[in-house]
Design a protein around this ligand. Structure first.
Ligand SMILES: Nc1ncnc2c1ncn2[C@@H]1O[C@H](COP(=O)(O)OP(=O)(O)OP(=O)(O)O)[C@@H](O)[C@H]1O
Length: 450
């Protein structure tokens, strides 16, 4: 459908000319000559653009402009030499003003631009709304267990206070979900929640992601780039896997927290940060700081308030509800009328869930696929830790001594990296942990070349 344009002009000749030109531009134009007609038209239509003469016989467009511009862009036509009108028009929110006699080329150009801008604005608004809707959905924490209730209580308590929060919990237990909930419960909820993955192999890249960089800060930095910390202005900066940041970043972060000041990479200006810091880790940060692996002063600052996210095996009573939620919200199959058989629920209860809710999500998604057209999900559709039912074709890791847990983990990771030809995303799926966890482990065990 052609975009609608309303032309408000009481000079009959000019009105006809503009209308004809709009038609030539492929627009659906309607011309009116009085404000009474405008009101009647707007009661039944929503034009995408209005072109209006500043002064009509029965009223002044400038007075009505603030109301008019709410719906769509308005281009005003002003008399030659009336600078006062032009300034007032722009102040009142007109998209553009054109001085009579109107040049057809200029009118065509401004019309196109106004329509394009309006479309962009609309798209942007739409994207934002969708984003907010997804974020709100992500905040939906499923589970009625007493353990989760304690986590919820902590969120409600600390959310509005603006203090820094440290979220501790095993991988896949829902730390990011908790961080989002803290943000939502705060006065910063209207601003951005910016998640930052601290687990990266390239420290310099990470630093510039976080703090931004000035032009020329390093080879390839051909323009200034703002860091995520600036993106979180007025909102919340979520530092995931905080235990992984190196000493240089630890020092910079401490400075931000203590003084509210930071610098972009290669910069000399002190910039003000206003972001609430919520950090998460699945490591024992207190022990790390005692052992010297993490700055004690930073740990102290970050852990003003600590929220523990319980592992799934400590809240098995949530499993049934989580499975129901995961079936209802999965997005790769149209069949959402699946149900778990009692026997399948028993095996889910019996399992230990080292990968927590993320692992449960993987298991449920695989089960939805494996159960095909059958409505019921049975134990034969469940594949724990990548294995299904009675299928025992596993892996063997051998040692000439009794390995420590760490050695076992490193060897198994090396083996999986070989097996999956170094494809980390795939290894992450098999091990039922996040890809960033795989990065972290690769770095910890020095397997980067695998
Ligand atoms: N209580 C819950 N209700 C619904 N979904 C959940 C819940 N807890 C976790 N999830 C889902 O499980 C997955 C993993 O959660 P999340 O990413 O928050 O874990 P994490 O602890 O931050 O993991 P990592 O340590 O790997 O960063 C996500 O898809 C999340 O939506």
């Amino acid at each position: 459908m052609a975009p609608r344009v309303l032309v408000i002009e009481d000079d009959r000749v000019l009105s006809r000319l503009i209308k004809e030109q709009m038609t030539r531009l492929g627009l659906d134009a309607t011309a009116v000559a009085t404000w009474a007609e405008v009101e009647a038209y707007l009661a039944g239509h929503e034009p995408q653009l209005i072109i209006a003469d500043v002064r009509l016989g029965d009223g002044d467009a400038l007075e009505r402009l603030p109301d008019l511009v709410k719906g769509q862009p308005v281009i005003l036509l002003t008399a030659y030499g009336s600078v006062r009108d032009a300034v007032a028009a722009m102040k009142a929110g007109a998209y553009e003003y054109l001085v009579k006699p109107v040049s057809p080329d200029e009118l065509a150009l401004v019309t196109r631009r106004a329509l394009d801008t309006a479309t962009l604005r609309r798209d942007h608004r739409f994207c934002r709304q969708r984003l907010e809707a997804t974020e709100a959905k992500a905040d939906f924490m499923v589970g009625q267990s007493a353990a989760l209730a304690r986590t919820r209580e902590a969120i409600v308590m600390v959310g509005p206070t603006d203090v820094n929060v440290l979220i501790q919990g095993e991988s896949g237990s829902g730390k990011e979900l908790v961080a989002r909930a803290v943000h939502e419960a705060s006065e910063r909820a209207q601003r951005h929640f910016v998640p930052v993955d601290c687990c990266t192999l390239q420290e310099k890249l990470f630093e510039s992601e976080l703090f931004g960089h000035e032009r020329g800060a390093f080879t390839g930095a051909d323009r200034m780039k703002r860091g995520l910390i600036e993106g979180a202005e007025g909102g919340t900066l979520f530092l995931d896997e905080i235990g992984e940041i190196d000493a240089a970043v630890q020092a910079k972060l401490l400075r931000v927290i203590e003084t509210g000041v930071f610098r972009r990479l290669g910069g000399t200006k002190d910039l003000q940060a206003n972001a609430r810091i919520v950090a998460a880790t699945n490591r024992d940060l207190a022990a790390m700081s005692e052992a010297g692996g993490f700055r004690a002063d930073l740990f102290y600052r970050l852990s003003t308030f600590v929220i523990q996210v319980p592992p799934l095996r400590e809240r098995r009573e949530d499993i049934a509800q989580l499975v129901e939620h995961l079936i209802a919200h999965h997005n790769f199959s149209r069949r959402i009328d699946k149900a778990l058989s009692a026997a399948a629920l028993r095996s889910l209860h019996a399992y230990d869930w080292p990968g927590n809710v993320r692992e449960l999500k993987n298991v449920v998604e695989r089960a939805i696929i494996l159960s095909g057209t059958s409505r019921s999900i049975g134990p034969e559709h469940l594949a724990f830790g990548g294995r299904r039912g009675g299928d025992t074709g596993g892996v063997t890791v051998s040692f000439d001594h009794d390995p420590t847990l760490e050695e076992l983990q490193a060897a198994y990771l090396r083996l999986q990296l070989q097996k999956q030809s170094g494809r980390r995303a795939k290894v992450a799926r098999v091990l039922a942990v996040s890809e960033r966890n795989i990065y972290r482990l690769i770095r910890r065990y020095g397997l980067a070349e695998s």
